[in-house]
Write a protein that binds this ligand. Sequence first.
Ligand SMILES: [Zn+2]
Length: 311
Amino acid sequence: MKGLLAKLRMVHFVLPSLFERIRKFASCAGPGRCNVCDSKSATLFLNRLPAALYRCEECGLIFFSPLPSKKVLEDFYSSEEGYLPSIRETLDVYKTHYTARAARYENFMDRILKQAPGSKSVLDVGCGYGLFLLYCREKGFDTWGIEISKQTSAWAREQQLDVFTGSVHEAPFDNNYFDIVTSFHCLEHALDPQAELLKMASFCRKGGILLVAVPNAFSFAAEYSFASWPWNSWPNHLYYFSPRNLKIVLAKTGFEVLEIYSQAGDSDVNIDTGILGRILKLDAEERDEVLKLLYELNKGQELVVLARRRG
Ligand SMILES: [Zn+2]
């Protein structure tokens, strides 16, 4: 009996602590393969809890390791303490600054239609409240969306938008159907961005257009201070792309890159303006000149890429 009790004690007290040590050791041992280029050579970029940031030595992808569990992400995207307050701001911005938002959407659409005139159908992956889809519908496009958050996708459906609640992998849409697939600030949230892009490629018709916008890890603000960069954010932003590795992953997932450029982000606050004002003490005219130069050098906050689905 004594022996049995000792064994039970070991199972209940010793093993969990042993597993905890193994888990810690595994996470200290470094990250796995790079999601873009499959390289195993990543070095510690920024050490922070609960996960460290690593930078791939081959392609420069910056990523968290270990990644959060699906359960952590489910809680994050559905709780009032997590994702919802921040995304609610985008709805407020849309309502109060509709003209600026519409100008932003119009710019994206102009670029897409230049590459693929006559496009009719749009699928927005990670559509949030469906604000881009509302704009597209107003312009006469046929619109569909995919959104992980139950609350925001429900709001989109109240606007009579056809939005599926769930992941891109669960969405019941036809392959090779859509003329245009868009994804605004979504890819960096995915546990496996390469798989996400492959799925987007399958939804896009051959010759169709993909437009992806992500935070720019190569931006002036990110390079100035990644630790205090507002888009360095756990557990929602798990990967940080630069023009180089975004091109690599698009080529691997069936796309031909047509255009890649940077611009100010999608929030009302231009982070670059704040940093430039603080460190260089520029007047408004000088600051605008510097911002223009930053965007030309692909150093803006947001990275946008247009790509064509290869035939
Ligand atoms: Zn890599």
